[in-house]
Design a protein around this ligand. Structure first.
Ligand code: CMP
Length: 240
């Protein structure tokens, strides 16, 4: 049989369908797997349509349902991996989350509040447990610790130390009139992290990197509290 006749015959469709299924099942990449499974189902549909005197409609409907069931998952994977449809404002903000994939970033942003301050507002108070974590998106933030004061600009996380350590704020932060920030309720963030291990990892890395960046330009005024030393029970030597 020459190649043209073979490609036009129903046998080629079933061979291609099988090849797609086999290649799909050999990969661990979910997008490729689902694309192969869908292509395999489409070749089966062509096969069932052409194999007999009349199309095998029952088999065509079954294969169509199998092919279609891949579509929502393929769309979801695309949305996870692509910034398609994000506004310019979101794309700019996304640069502050380099270790998040677009899907994780979208989930995080669904919990965010975007605030522009019209009068001077205290966001964090030294010694008091914060209710929110903040990301500055403009200049105009005053950071006050004990008798020291400095100004902070955009792209700074605020409240990440108490978020990670579970203690009170280590400084007071005041947002001056006109400045803007993004805020997350601590409880929403913890909830999100509890539901997704990947988001928990991404948030932890983001906060740790922010602290490391701040530490790189600070000098200790006093020594940090030493690690807690716990008296562990002595190991019992089993009798011989
Ligand atoms: N040296 C610093 N440089 C920049 N930001 C700081 C510094 N010290 C404290 N902060 C911020 O001020 C916040 C006060 O609340 P947290 O201690 O939770 O987290 C703190 C940091 O986000």
């Amino acid at each position: 049989m020459d190649i043209i006749a073979y490609l036009a015959s129903p046998a080629s469709f079933v061979h291609l369908a099988t090849l797609c299924y086999v290649l799909g099942l050999l990969t661990r990449n979910e997008l490729i797997l689902r694309t192969f499974l869908m292509s395999g189902s489409l070749f089966y549909i062509l096969y069932y349509y052409n194999i007999g005197d009349r199309p095998l409609w029952e088999a065509i409907v079954a294969s169509s349902l199998i092919a279609l069931s891949n579509v929502p998952v393929i769309v979801r994977i695309f949305k996870e991996r692509s910034t398609f449809g994000m506004s310019d404002e979101m794309l700019t903000l996304y640069r502050s989350f380099p270790n998040f994939n677009p899907g994780q970033f979208r989930r995080l942003m669904r919990k965010a509040q975007f605030v522009t301050v019209d009068q001077s507002t205290e966001l964090l108070h030294q010694g008091i447990q914060p209710t929110h974590l903040y990301l500055t998106t403009s200049y105009g933030f005053s950071l006050i610790r004990d008798e020291l004061k400095t100004e902070l600009g955009p792209d700074n996380l605020l409240g990440e130390i108490s978020f990670l350590l579970g203690g009170p704020a280590t400084a007071t932060v005041i947002a001056e009139a006109g400045c803007s920030y993004v805020a997350w309720e601590v409880s929403d963030l913890r909830d999100l992290m509890q539901r997704s291990q990947n988001i928990e990892n991404a948030v932890t890395v983001l906060l740790s990197q922010d602290i490391a960046r701040k530490l790189a330009v600070s000098f200790p005024q006093k020594s940090a509290r030493p690690p807690l030393i716990v008296d562990l029970p002595k190991a019992v030597t089993p009798p011989l």
